[in-house]
Ligand binder design. Structure first.
Ligand SMILES: Nc1nc2c(ncn2[C@@H]2O[C@H](COP(=O)(O)OP(=O)(O)O)[C@@H](O)[C@H]2O)c(=O)[nH]1
Ligand SMILES: [Mg+2]
Length: 488
């Protein structure tokens, strides 16, 4: 029986046990959630670029960025057939709100509600991306009022509690060398129980690293790679991906007018253009012969950032012919594609495990806090699933490795992480082969890995934690071989 089916089964029994207690409705909602898209929360400090990145992922400018009262409310973006905004007040019934949207973000009319009295906004919007994942935009952690930050934490993944989100993207800016803004945010907060099982770090606003130099993204990539290997970072996220969210957002919503304006910049002789684009102030003020008003220039800066204006005009100069081509090039440079790839392999392909995890946590919290006749059996069943389902064992080993409990030679630990799916669940990723590796190659590599991990598990010199982890790796190899056998 699949993990999802087992989870559904235990939920059904829990609903019976709690029938008539008022908890059954909530359990039913938890069960329904198994069939809904994965819920991904976007977290990080104020102005780390959360709303901008959300828009880039959706491919539309939906979430308002910068200030504005709605950026202080947790907002869910959900796929659906209609366009709709609903407020869930802290007290009282949900109510539908009026909103406006021209070509910019959605402007919601709170209809007299105070932001502090709104628990969340739910924006329903037909969208392919939202069909795969419901995105939750959170207000910042670590600034604004205490209350707003607390609300941000309420949606984040605590370790052993029911959580609204199945997975989390943590955004952090790299402000100065050594300033790990987001780690500080974790250390600040007692409530945080970050877990690398369902969290990805994003080095956000990556274009600003190196103050807009054309090689910003290269610097960002180096910093992200280094962060990904830091023990403190590895304890909280699986990996760190650099993304220039603003550039990504603009790339997916690029207009012909903007391209025409950038062509004017591209037509300026190279040396003069370099001079003009040295600082944002210069670009805003100099070279009246460019034929762009200061309002247009400010608008370009707001949409692209200085780095983006430089990059886009450079690309046009070097021959990006159409708006579509320019959009594609900018999108590639922004790092959005890499983030989407990581989201796919670490979140979407693990959807069933992450969903079951959230659901079982919810049942577990309930049976522990509200025991009643029959709930013991439910608790035992949850425990049995969690202890025996192989995907959970993989996740457990992964977080133990990340927490530093499983130790070994670096290459062994790396191999372990890969084999149990820490870099993605597909066999070619686990076996470190090319994505087009043949079934024969995959089988040979899996057979090798199986022998290697069996030896390690049985070696009397292997430390206890590593033995446990090795047994899980053995199961992962057996699972791959069984799957490859079935495919053949
Ligand atoms: N240069 C640059 N600016 C960005 C980027 N992402 C966001 N911003 C700007 O930073 C400000 C805050 O962004 P926003 O998405 O509202 O941040 P949030 O508070 O985390 O939701 C806005 O003015 C954005 O235009 C980026 O990747 N590069
Ligand atoms: Mg925001």
């Amino acid at each position: 029986m699949s993990l999802t089916d087992r989870t559904r089964g235990v939920l059904t029994r829990a609903i019976d046990v709690y029938r008539g207690t008022g908890h059954d409705a909530r359990l039913t909602a938890v069960r329904n959630r198994l069939d809904e898209p994965l819920r991904v929360a976007i977290a990080g400090r104020v102005k780390s670029g959360k709303s901008t990145l959300l828009n880039a992922l959706v491919g539309e400018r939906l979430a308002p960025t910068d200030a504005g009262e709605c950026t202080r409310i947790v907002t869910w973006y959900v796929d659906g057939h209609t366009y709709e905004v609903v407020a869930r007040p802290r007290k009282g019934e949900p109510r539908q709100l009026r909103f406006r949207r021209e070509d910019d973000a959605i402007e919601v009319d709170l209809g007299g509600l105070e932001p502090a009295d709104v628990d969340q906004l739910v924006v329903t919007w037909p969208s392919q991306t939202l069909r795969t994942a419901t995105l939750i935009d959170t207000p910042g952690i670590g600034s604004l009022s205490e209350q707003v930050s607390r609300r941000a934490w309420e949606v984040l993944a605590a370790d052993e509690e029911e959580t609204p989100a199945d997975a989390v993207l943590y955004l952090m800016r790299h402000l100065h060398a050594g300033d790990l803004d987001f780690l500080r945010a974790f250390q600040d907060t007692e409530v945080s129980r970050p877990n690398p099982v369902n969290a990805i770090g994003v080095l956000s606003r990556a274009d600003e690293i190196g103050v807009g130099r054309i090689d910003s993204m290269a610097s960002a990539r180096r910093i992200a790679a280094r962060l990904s290997t830091e023990p403190n970072v590895r304890r909280v996220v699986q990996t760190v991906v650099p993304v220039a969210g603003l550039l990504a957002e603009t790339a997916v919503t690029l207009t012909e007018t903007e391209v025409a304006q950038l062509r004017r910049v591209a037509d300026v002789p190279l040396r003069e253009a370099d001079d003009l684009l040295l600082t944002a102030d210069r670009f805003a003020e100099r070279m009246p012969e460019l034929g762009l008003t200061s309002i247009e220039r400010e608008a370009l800066l707001a949409r692209f950032g200085l780095f983006g204006v430089r990059l886009a005009s450079g690309l046009l100069r070097r021959g990006a012919a159409t708006a579509t081509e320019l959009a594609r090039d900018l999108g590639e440079r922004s790092g959005l594609g890499e983030l989407q790839e990581v989201l796919r392999s670490l979140f979407f392909e693990r959807r069933d495990v992450l969903k079951s995890r959230s659901a079982l946590l919810a049942v577990d919290t309930l049976v522990r806090t509200q025991p009643r006749p029959g709930s013991d059996a439910v608790a035992a069943e949850v425990e049995e699933i969690v202890a025996s389902a192989h995907p959970f064992n993989e996740l457990r080993v992964l977080s133990s490795v990340r927490a530093g409990w499983v130790i070994g030679k670096p290459d062994v630990v790396e191999d372990l992480e890969r084999i149990i799916g820490g870099g993605g669940g597909a066999p070619y990723l686990r076996l470190q082969l090319a994505s087009d590796a043949s079934r024969g190659e995959l089988t040979a590599a899996a057979t090798d890995a199986l022998a290697r991990w069996q030896r390690r598990a049985e070696n009397p010199m292997t430390a206890h934690e590593m033995v446990v982890a090795s047994r899980v790796a053995v199961r992962s190899c057996e699972g791959m071989l069984a799957e490859l056998g079935r495919a053949g």
